[in-house]
Design a protein around this ligand. Structure first.
Ligand code: AMP
Ligand code: FES
Ligand code: ZN
Length: 301
């Protein structure tokens, strides 16, 4: 790991990853051993490794997989679900599977056709659906916190995009911990946000975790992938650049950059805007009436 000037063997590397994760959980006050943690698993290396790490640390942790009905010619969703199930079975862990088409009436690619007349990629409606279903299951099953497998490369790419466009609201919200700002939300945490994607791949390999190698078939050509490749070029010339970009941002935020007076208060959105309650699902919405997810489901009907 050039950025840490550290080299570890196959025995000590996974131990180091587990210890570091525990440090981050404590540093950012993500959760404690008393909390019920729900990990959102996609079948990819990051989220399955996260589940493995939290399990090793002895946390009270279950998994949830959202089946999206994406095929891409190789059964993307089916394959990822099978890998999540295998992972859980091997360790005797509890995995919940939420069937998105059953909840909304159509698969994600069909949803994109209905709501956007097929003009855009399904990624935005997919993201909206995943966020909504994850919040709902965590809340209904009374989990204290929802953990996702976002790594440093993910976070740095999002930060880069938000900085290029100076999306103050998003910059304000981007954090390893997102408090529950509304009764329809749970706290969200990203315990892997300081690990490089390379480190996560190495962890999964060394631990023998079987994960889906393929990306979602709709991700091809996405802006995020483009930003990631730019940041990788930077990292190749200046080892540690990605980590320092992200950590300096967190420090600047702590010193008050992008601060909003109502920060973290219940009923106040990320950009300081008021949050209303959706009359259909009870989730949060920034405008009065149905939330974006329920409006989308109405359109499908
Ligand atoms: P992505 O947006 O695909 O980069 O995924 C980011 C994180 O969201 C993953 O690390 C998972 O924690 C979670 N996630 C993505 N897809 C799913 C899914 N189908 N079911 C449950 N969690 C998911
Ligand atoms: Fe949702 Fe690719 S995972 S569109
Ligand atoms: Zn709603």
């Amino acid at each position: 790991m050039r950025q840490h000037k550290l080299a570890l063997c196959a025995m000590h590397f996974p131990q180091w990853m587990v210890e570091q994760t525990q440090r981050f959980i404590e540093k950012y006050r993500m959760f404690t051993p008393d909390d019920r943690v729900l990990v959102a698993v996609s079948g990819g290396k990051d989220s399955l490794s996260l589940w493995d790490i939290l399990w090793q640390l002895g946390y009270n942790v279950d998994g949830v997989y959202i089946a999206l009905g994406i095929d891409g010619g190789f059964g993307y969703s089916q394959k990822s679900q099978a890998l999540c199930e295998k992972f859980a079975d091997q360790r005797g862990l509890k995995l919940m599977v939420i069937d998105a088409p059953q909840q909304i009436g159509v698969t994600i690619p069909e949803l994109a056709k209905v709501t956007q007349r097929g003009k855009n990629k399904p990624c935005s409606v997919c993201g909206l659906t995943k966020r909504h279903l994850l919040d709902r299951v965590a809340l209904e099953r009374k989990y204290d916190v929802l953990a996702t497998g976002h790594n440093l490369d993910d976070e740095a790419a999002v930060l880069f995009g938000n900085t290029l466009n100076w999306h103050i609201g998003y910059l304000h919200r981007q954090s390893p911990v997102l408090p529950a700002r509304h009764a329809g939300l749970v706290r969200k945490v990203k315990p892997l946000c300081r690990f490089y994607e390379r480190e996560m791949a190495a962890y999964a390999l060394v631990r023998g975790i079987e994960y889906i190698y393929e990306e979602c078939p709709h991700a091809e050509g996405s802006t995020t992938i483009y930003y990631k490749s730019l940041l990788n070029q930077l990292e190749a010339d200046r080892p540690g650049a990605k980590l320092s970009f992200y950590l300096s941002f967190l420090q600047a935020k702590q010193r008050g950059l992008f601060a909003q007076p109502q920060e973290g208060e219940e009923g106040v959105g990320a950009g300081g805007e008021r949050l209303y309650t959706c009359p259909s699902c009870g989730g949060p919405t920034t405008v009065e009436g149905l939330c974006a997810f329920c409006r989308m489901v109405e359109k499908v009907k």
